[in-house]
Design a protein around this ligand. Sequence first.
Ligand code: COI
Length: 370
Amino acid sequence: MTQTDAGVEFAQKLSTNRRTEEERAAILANPGFGNHFTDHTVIVDYSVGEDGKGSWHDARLEPYGPIMLDPSAAVLHYGQEIFEGLKAYRHADGSVWTFRAEKNAERLNRSAARLALPQLPPEIFLEALRQLVGADKEWVPNGEGESLYLRPFMIATEAFLGVRPAKEVSFRVIASPAGNYFGGELAPVSIWLSRNYARAGRGGTGAAKCGGNYAASLAAQLEAEAHGCKQVVFLDEANDNAVEELGGMNVFFVFKDGTLVTPALTGTILEGVTRSSIIQLAEDRGLKVEERKITLDEWCEGIASGEITEVFACGTAAVITPIGKLVDGDSVIGAPDAKAGEVTMSLREQLLGIQTGAVEDTHGWLTRLA
Ligand code: COI
C-alpha cells in the first residue's frame, strides 16, 4: 500500500499473466500508436455518500483487463467522460520521467468541472502514474521519438438513466508504448479543411478534453482520409473563419520574420501542454509568439506570398509534426512536396531532447516516475 498526500492508499495486485520478454520486445520493435497496452492499470473510485459528500477510495493497481460496467452506466448514455494524454520517457541511465504532468492534472480538473465530474487531487493523479509506470517500467521504449503514452481518464459509472451528474465515477490510467502518431517515419502531413463540420461552439466543451469532442471530429476525419489527408482542421465560421485546431492537436504558423502565431485560447480550443511548452521554448530563443486570431484567408495569403514559411501541428501524441499542405475541396494550399521546416524541426528536437534527458531541463518540467 502506498499512501498519497491526499490520504488515498494504493493497493497492488500484480498480474500473474504478464507478457513474456519476447512478446514485449516484439511489440516494442514497432509500437505504432495506441495499439498495445501494458500489463497493468490503475483505478481509483469515487462515490457520493448518503450525506451528499463525495470521496475518492479503493485506489489500486490491477492487471490490465476489460471494465465491468452496468449497461445503464451514465458514461454509456450521456458521455460523461474526460481524459488526458501524457508520456513517460526513458533516459539514457534507464530512469523514466514524465513531462509537466501537473499541467495534465490541472487540465483534467478543468475538464472535470465542465463535465460535472469530481475534482481529482493532483497527488492522486501523480501517484497513479507512478504506480503504473513503476509496475510496467519495462514497457517504456527507448527508440528515437518513442515513449510510453499514458492515458488517464474519468468515467461516470453510476447505473442511472436520469440526466444529472453521476454519483459514482471511476478514474483510471492505462499505458501504451508509442512511436510516431501518424505511423512510419516522421513526414509532413496533409490537412483537410472541414467546411461541413464545427468542432466546438461558444459555451460548449471545446476547451475540455472530453471524448465527445473527439467523437464529433470523426465524420470530418473520415472526409479528410477520403481526400488523402491525415488530419482535419476546424474553423470558426462565425468568426471570419478563424483557425481553431485540428481533430486532435493544436496548430502553429511560422512567419518569415521568425514570429510564431497560434490561435488564441478563446474557450473553444484545447489548451495543449505541448502548445504552451512551444510558446515558452520559442520565447526563450527570443522569438516573438502571438496567440491571436488567424483566419483561413491569412493562412492562404501567407503561404502564397511567402509571409508564412512553415505550419506545424502539435500535441502530446503528435509531438511536433510538420504540415505540408492544406486541402480545401479541390484547392491545395502549400506545395504538394513541402519539406519539414527548419524552425519546426529544431523546436521538435529541443522538445524531445528535454523530454528524453538529452537537453537540459531548465524549466523543471520533468518528474521522475521510475
Ligand atoms: C494527445 O495528444 O495526447 C491527444 O489526446 C490527442 C489524440 C491522440 C486524442
